[in-house]
Write a protein that binds this ligand. Structure first.
Ligand SMILES: Nc1nc2c(ncn2[C@@H]2O[C@H](COP(=O)(O)O[C@H]3[C@@H](O)[C@H](n4cnc5c(=O)[nH]c(N)nc54)O[C@@H]3COP(=O)(O)O)[C@@H](O)[C@H]2O)c(=O)[nH]1
Length: 879
């Protein structure tokens, strides 16, 4: 601390001028400088006075050393005559420098050079910058602020003294300035926040009849902050009567005191606009009198407007939804209260009073089987996991009946945490739709005639059963059942009776099976059985034997007894195959084998059957190429007139010389050609060859020579209208229709197709004769044949083969011959291999014979030679 010189005393200080120049006032200093209290001169000696003075000087030292402000005292020449340590600290001046009593000018020079004021004294407040840069020669400002290079803010105050000197105080107001800045920042934030949130606050002091409100209220009420001073009375103008009434009830009701309030009110702004505010606050009461009321006010006009629009929208939606015929529901998710529209209530036969307006009302009427799924779906939507709620369930109506409804809905409002508040939706009556759906499902999966599962359902059941078998290691039997001769029944007795037979057959099949088994109708007369849980394969045989037995018994159709049998193909999982397609293919092959073996039996699938099937597939492929590469040949077998031994008829028979397999039997490839449809093209080719041949033979052998051509039923069914009719081609060759005989099978006659019947009759009209092949193996009666204009019937080989005197077969042959003749038909006996057969047949009056006895089927040249020989009187011989 510098030595303190004693300053001269002045009696009074002149007041400061009105321009802010420092006032001359040294009254404080007088105390500091140790002026003696009044009366001391009279009571104390000089020594005592000096002593007192020293004490006061010490006190002054101590005081100056300990105050927070820095002090610099200048004399009239502006020299530093007094300073304290705080001044050195705040101004960062070395005490030694001040001890030299520098003038103000030197001091400022020092500070300027050191950069204390920044370039161009930028760190000094505007009011003092000129003074500083002027080296302190100008009149000093009474107060200015400056920032130190270290970032502190100093407040510098200067007071002129009457002595001509001056006192300068320096205070560090950094913290004050910072706090000031923080406060301003907060105020700015608060103002912005109020503006953004459209919030304000007011405080009403009823005791002092004053109101204070924040800037936000000015904004909300569209008031200018400058020209409006709020008052309790004036505030009432902003509330319309209904709002004042509500305030009176909510805030001024003494029953509620001390009351907090939360109101949504209408207000009218200074510009006359009606707005909505949310007012939350409280009232302080004393002796039943309101003392003070504070409230936060938020402008919620926008929200109210959108709520109103939203309400209108909802109302419109409700109207629209109701007009669709759907029922509407509106659920308050938090309370569970639910509104049901008139349509919805009507849908279930209710009126409003019948049912609680609660979510539980319809939940309780929901079918118990549907509840878990419905709850899951609804919760998923409430939790925000699905965009919409959708569920189909049954609801019990007032009458007790059930209605299927499609319930759809959506959460339309959630709180700030995303929790659902409100959900609306509809109920659509889908009872009829469900019934139709069930019917469609039934039709898609079950056979309408028998009610049995159809092919599609069978596959699905089989998939299930195979899964179980895989899991449990069980075997499963797949059996294809085909009713033998069903087609004949259908064709002869009509579809109505065919249907009746199928229904009865179904009942019989079901009667042979166990609950666990499945029987499906695949279409027509084909059924499939799935025999599950078979431990011993002997059970399969027991079941199938029973099945064949029951299906072999007479069916009573409209008083008529009808007999059919069944052929069954059996395959076993997993022994034969594991895949569905393979099992089906196996069963089909086994069925084929059962039929091939004479029907009315069951056949197990064997690898050999598979090989045979594979062979059939290969033959089919080879057949396609056979015509083009000329692997076919037509051979002829004579048909001998039994009475004379003459030959003027022959049957054209097809032969296939396969390049690798050699000669393939027609018995093998004709069925393949039929099933593949190739028979149409092949048959046409045979017809062409036979026609060409008969033309030649009519010239060379006999003018009435006839060639028989086999025409498969498939050729009648798949008639190619683009091709010219056979009669046209015959005539083009200069022949008449009777040069050819068409051999048809009995089955074809049973067809009730008008087209087929027409074709058969057309043959006769064209003069082409018709021969009925394999007679006796089918169902046709001779009387029935009459209407088809049949010319010949060919007794099947099976009757001729065992033909001996007085046999049943002979009796049958005799009967057939007699009846045929009676009906004006001629008879050809097939398969005549012995002279005895020939003689018996001849004796029975049979017109013609065909068989190895006379000749095997031979090439045309050979037959020609044979005929020439024979007809010259040589007895026909075995070739
Ligand atoms: N749609 C067509 N079917 C045809 C055609 N060619 C032949 N077939 C049919 O194929 C079946 C087998 O015919 P195939 O092997 O030629 O046998 C015929 C004769 O060879 C045989 N036959 C004749 N005599 C005897 C005999 O004394 N013993 C004996 N075991 N077999 C004999 O009979 C078959 C005659 O058949 P069909 O008179 O037609 O009944 C057969 O069904 C043919 O019809 C063709 O071009 N188209």
């Amino acid at each position: 601390m510098a030595k303190l010189p004693v300053l001269p005393q002045t009696p009074s200080a002149p007041p400061g001028d009105s321009h802010g120049h420092p006032a001359r006032d040294d009254s404080d200093w007088s105390t500091l400088e140790g002026r003696a209290p009044t009366g001391l001169h009279a009571t104390f000696s000089v020594d005592e006075l000096e002593k007192q003075l020293l004490e006061q000087t010490g006190l002054l030292h101590t005081t100056l050393s300990n105050i927070s402000q820095g002090i610099l005292v200048f004399d009239a020449e502006r020299r530093v005559i007094l300073y304290n340590a705080q001044a050195c600290h705040l101004l960062d001046l070395p005490p030694a420098f001040l001890a030299t009593k520098p003038t103000l000018s030197i001091l400022l020079q020092f500070q300027l050079q050191r950069g204390d004021f920044g370039p161009e004294a930028a760190l000094v407040g505007q009011s003092a910058r000129e003074y500083i840069l002027g080296g302190g020669h100008l009149h000093p400002p009474r107060r200015f602020l400056r920032t130190t290079p270290a970032g502190r803010t100093l407040e510098v105050r200067t007071r002129m003294m009457s002595t001509g000197g001056m006192v300068r105080t320096i205070a560090d107001i950094t913290r004050y300035v910072q706090a000031q800045a923080d406060r301003q920042h907060l105020e700015r934030l608060s103002s912005e926040m109020q503006a953004t949130a459209q919030v304000g606050a007011w405080d009403m002091d009823f005791a002092n009849d004053t109101v204070t409100w924040t800037e936000g209220i000015y904004r909300i009420l569209e008031l200018s902050t400058t020209d409006y001073v709020p008052s309790l009375e004036a505030m009432r103008c902003f509330f319309p009567p209904q709002s004042l009434e509500r305030i009176a009830i909510a805030c001024d009701d003494t029953q509620l005191q001390p009351g907090s309030f939360d109101l949504e009110l209408e207000m009218v702004t200074a510009k006359g606009n009606t707005i909505w505010v949310h007012m939350v606050g409280s009232t302080q009461w004393r002796f039943s009198l309101p003392m003070r009321r504070t409230a936060i006010v938020q402008d919620i006009t926008e929200r109210k407007r959108s709520e109103a629009t939203w309400r209108e929208d909802i109302a419109r939606w409700k109207l629209a939804l109701e007009s669709t015929g759907d029922g509407m529901w509106d659920l308050d998710v938090r309370t569970g209260q639910e509104y049901f529209s008139p349509n919805l209530l009507r849908m279930y036969g209710f009126v409003e009073k019948d049912i609680d307006q609660s979510i539980h009302a319809l939940d309780a009427r929901t079918h118990p089987d549907d509840v878990p799924r419905m709850m899951r779906d609804r919760q998923a939507h409430l939790d925000g996991r699905t965009p919409v709620y959708r569920n189909e369930h049954r609801v019990r109506c007032k009458s007790g009946s059930w209605k299927w409804v499609l319930s759809r809905g959506m959460v339309i409002s959630r709180d700030e945490l995303g929790r659902p508040l409100r959900m609306i939706g509809t109920h659509t009556d889908i009872t009829e739709h469900k019934a139709a759906e069930a019917q469609i499902w039934q039709q898609a999966n079950f056979d309408t005639l028998t009610g049995l599962p159809n092919r599609r359902m069978l596959r699905s059941r089989l998939e299930q059963e195979l899964k179980k078998c895989r899991r449990d290691g069980h075997k499963l039997t797949v059996a294809f059942v085909d009713l033998d001769h069903f087609k004949e029944v259908n064709d002869t007795l009509g579809h109505h009776h065919g249907d009746a037979l199928l229904i009865q057959a179904t009942q019989r099949i079901l009667g042979c099976l166990r609950e666990v088994d499945t029987v499906a109708r695949m279409g027509g007369d084909e059924f499939t059985l799935l025999l599950t849980e078979i431990v011993d394969t002997r059970h399969i045989e027991t079941i199938l034997a029973k099945l064949l037995c029951t299906l072999g018994e007479a069916f009573l159709l409209d008083q008529q007894q009808v007999y059919v049998s069944a052929s069954v193909g059996v395959t076993i999982y997993p022994d034969d195959a594991t895949a569905i397609e393979d099992l089906f293919r196996n069963a089909d092959q086994a069925l084929y084998a059962a039929k091939d073996a004479g029907r009315n039996r069951f056949c197990y699938f064997t690898p050999e059957l598979q090989h045979a099937a594979q062979r059939r597939v290969r033959l089919t492929n080879d057949l396609r190429a056979a015509l083009a590469v000329e692997q076919f040949q037509v051979v002829y077998q004579p048909i001998v007139e039994l009475a004379t031994g003459h030959i003027h008829k022959a049957e054209a028979l097809l032969r296939w010389e396969h390049p690798q397999r050699g000669s393939v039997s027609p018995g093998e490839f004709i069925p393949i050609a039929e099933s593949s449809g190739l028979i149409v093209e092949i048959g046409e080719w045979v017809f062409q060859r036979a026609l060409e041949q008969v033309c030649r033979w009519r010239q060379r052998l006999h003018p009435q020579f006839q060639v028989s051509v086999n025409k498969s039923p498939v050729q009648f069914e798949k008639v190619d209208l683009a091709r010219s009719r056979w009669i046209d081609q015959i005539r083009q060759h200069g022949q008449e229709g009777n040069c050819l005989v068409v051999e048809i099978t009995e089955g074809l006659l049973l067809s009730h197709s008008d087209e087929v019947i027409e074709q058969i009759l057309a043959l006769s009209d064209d003069g082409i004769q018709v021969s009925l092949d394999d007679f006796g193996t089918g169902y046709s009666s001779l009387a029935y044949l009459q209407k088809f204009d049949i010319d010949y019937i060919k007794i099947d080989q099976s009757f001729v083969r065992q033909l001996v005197g007085e046999s049943t077969d002979l009796a049958l042959c005799q009967a057939i011959i007699a009846m045929a003749h009676a009906l004006n038909m001629q008879v050809i006996a097939e398969g005549v291999e012995t002279a005895q057969q020939r003689d018996l047949l001849a004796a029975a009056g049979c017109d013609y014979g065909q068989g190895y006895l006379f000749s095997r089927p031979v090439r045309s040249e050979e037959l020609e030679a044979l005929v020439l020989r024979t007809n010259r009187g040589v007895t026909p011989m075995r070739v």
